[in-house]
Design a protein around this ligand. Sequence first.
Ligand code: MG
Length: 415
Amino acid sequence: MTVAIRDIKAICTAPEGINLVAVKVDTSEPGLYGLGCGTFAYRHLAVKLLVEEYLRPLLLGQNVENIEQLWHLMHHNGYWRNGPIENNAISGVDMALWDIKGKMANMPVYQLLGGKVREGVPIYRHADGRDAAEIGDNIEKYLARGIAHIRVQRGGYGGGAFAAAPATAPEGAPPGVYLDGKRYMRDTLKLMEDLRARFGFEVDFCHDVHERLHPRDSIHFAEELEKFGLFFIEDAIPLERHEYLRELRTKVSTPIAQGELFNHPCEWRHIIAEGLIDFIRVHQSQLGGITPTRKLQLFAEQFGVRTAWHGPGDMSPLAHAANIHLDVAAQNFGLQEWSGTEPPNFVIQEIRGSGEALLDVFPGLPEFRNGYVYPNGRPGLGVDLDEGEAAKYPCENTVARWTQTRLRDGTPHTP
Ligand code: MG
């Protein structure tokens, strides 16, 4: 008997102060439902509206087993496609359908993808701080937990906090996160020197330029960083300036990671096929869920490009779990960014409180042990959602501030 989609809703919740969007797909089978992540933290209401007002009417009564067909139906239904709001909405449903399929098969999602290539997933964490000493102390905490790959940044991505314009800006310049590219490059090079002096070359460091430099400066910066033997340099070239990737490629041998902002297949197809990158950093829900991300992973495998799916704090544990299922099943897996959803989480504790609320809302996370994350073995994605707990942490609809980045003269710039 066909199991049909009976209802779809989007649940917005902010247990750690970040707006998350979970999508719940209910079925005609009593007790059988699926959950997926459609988190676009800075446009969460738009995703919720799209899910409930457009995707729900489209999908009610459809057979939950036809994931591939339903993905394409959602993708083409609005005619214009490949946008972040639409893709996140589709992702919420797509992941929920994979969750349902896993529950129907009584298998974790990674089994549906062909089973395990590895038992556990090596992860990397972020070490930040005011200076090399503080960053080094944070690195020590990760090393003690078996984490061998660490992203290092001094003072975030090279900009100050949201504040009044600095004295170097023109009169009348608005408040914002002001960038000073030259100082950021000098500070980061000194940081790498200090960290290599303290830790040697045993620890693998990553660094994220976060599109904050002009490509010309970024290429020079990457050349200067080369001697520190980074595991990868991330988003050194902005999405809109991919013509510079070829030059970066020819000038440095540091592995290149790109892509947390990608939405459209044309954004990755040629740079993978032409061998211009080493790690694909895509954010799964930005692509539209497990269905398109699995295809991208298999495409990348043909060209020797490894995966390093985006795993920041501004996505839900459902998406973190989806990453882990793909990671254990992918031959060309490289490394997984992990935001540390498990307690005790000293980063979350320092920034936002205990870190327990996230676990109350989303019971059943993948499990971190000594440098590796493991799927929890439950059917589907293995993560649940307590709607009563979720309701205790309503989202705030405020204007995002950290994305109001500006150059020294006040010009708006990519965040
Ligand atoms: Mg990044």
